[in-house]
Design a protein around this ligand. Sequence first.
Ligand code: NAD
Ligand code: MG
Length: 390
Amino acid sequence: MKRVTILGATGSIGQNTLDLIRRAPQEFEVVALTGGRNIAQLAADAREFRASLAVTAHDDLLDDLRAALAGSGIEAASGAQALIEAAARPADWVMSAIVGAAGLPPGLTALEQGATLALANKESLVAAGPLLMATAARKGARILPVDSEHSAIFQALVGEDMEAVRRVIITASGGAFRDWPMERLAGATIEEASTHPNWDMGQRITIDSASMFNKALEMIEAREFFALDPDKIEVLVHPESLVHALVGFCDGGLMAHVGPPDMRHAIGYALNWPERRELPVEVLDLAATGQLTFRAPDTARYPALRLAREVMRARGLSGAVFNGAKERALDHFIAGRIGFLAMSAIVEEVLTRLSADKGLIDAEITLDTVMHLDHLSRVCADEVAQKQSR
Ligand code: NAD
Ligand code: MG
């Protein structure tokens, strides 16, 4: 039996993970499940999978969670410290599927106990890549990518020598606004940005796809994950979302990973690794698809991609600043306080302001310094957003 814990179990990735576990109940023992405000879902899943612990991120919901679990014998807890305790419970495989930098402390804790970390929470790698990778190395723990592009790269690299890799191409669907004229973007609404043409995901990552901040995060994620020179990381717009990434080698060959736009493929790959097993995903009919198209991203339309390159060049704690500022800018957009294009303007301004202090950016990367920079970047983003607000 594989002992599994799911951080962010009630979300889109968490639910897809539970869907796979539900199909092979004899193979898995669920240790802990965590969630946010959706107590009914969290309690129902904890009961169905007989978890030993269920944690909500919110202290004000602890009584509700206790009530929902009454008589089940399942332990209930709440708050940031309880999330860390859930991640510290002995488990073989931990899914990191909390959204945002909040996923960093529990993800790190899972590595500290030596568990395999299935990483959907790209924000933690962007904010603290060197810390996560060093912790995994020190503990002999493995990090397996769950983001579809990074799972694709990982799969294309099986049996290959990194010395022979010349480039890595991450594809982007182009998000909700790929065919919009530039003039319309400033007035894009939250509803319009929250609809993805190809993928069914949480709201935050869906809006990040429309702004390409998701792709920007993924470029940095690829850098950290595969220790790639930033110049080797490219982005291609591929509206069909079937080729998730390509790896180019020194002999001119490109290995492309083609898969259905269903996160259960990448989650299942990480769940079954190093084996491949059957998964409940669509069998692609490429003849019916007819054609796969690619085009270069329009960097004027997507400043996030340019900012990602700056962050990769600057390194240090600039990833924590980039991510923190992006998360706050997104909060402001979702709250209706700023327009769609203001998000990248805010992130750029925060990066400029905080990067001026070299000592800050180049400090040692520890959980404390990352969380400190995350905090500073949010405060700074609030200040800048105040100026930008409509
Ligand atoms: P989601 O919003 O659907 O779910 C997020 C989960 O995290 C929920 O369980 C929620 O309760 C919990 N959560 C939210 N804020 C929290 C906090 N502050 N503290 C603790 N828990 C909190 O998000 P999602 O789409 O499932 O994405 C999860 C992660 O996976 C993100 O990092 C995202 O970038 C990444 N990812 C998602 C997809 C996808 O298809 N959904 C694809 C690739 C990567
Ligand atoms: Mg992705």
